[in-house]
Design a protein around this ligand. Structure first.
Ligand code: FES
Length: 107
């Protein structure tokens, strides 16, 4: 279980507990948090689950694999060292306190 803070582009914060084994995307979807669309349902095929991860957290997350890297090229205003696709981040206890910020829009 991890407490994750999702911040909408406009600044509204949603702090929710997300169970281990879910993805960060599923944590947003299951809690009806706007800003993460996840059109492909988590198959790493749409980039509409894009967020910016605060830099102190980026290094702690599992590395970006080549498929995610390719899809991030299609995201709206990706930022090196900050952008991740939330469907590719599995929740563990280690993610407790994670903060993600949604972009202005998803593609
Ligand atoms: S939900 Fe489609 S790439 Fe993440």
């Amino acid at each position: 279980m991890a407490k994750i803070t999702y911040i909408e582009h406009g600044g509204k914060e949603h702090v929710v507990d997300v169970a281990n084994g879910l993805t960060v995307m599923e944590g947003a979807r299951d809690n009806n948090i706007p800003g993460i669309e996840a059109d492909c349902g988590g198959a790493c095929a749409c980039s509409t689950c894009h967020v910016y991860v605060r830099e102190d957290w980026y290094e702690k997350l599992p590395a970006v694999d080549p498929m995610e890297e390719d899809m991030l090229d299609f995201a709206y205003e990706p930022k090196p060292g900050q952008s991740r696709l939330t469907c590719q981040i599995k929740v563990t206890d280690d993610l407790d306190g994670l903060v993600v910020q949604m972009p202005e829009k998803q593609i």
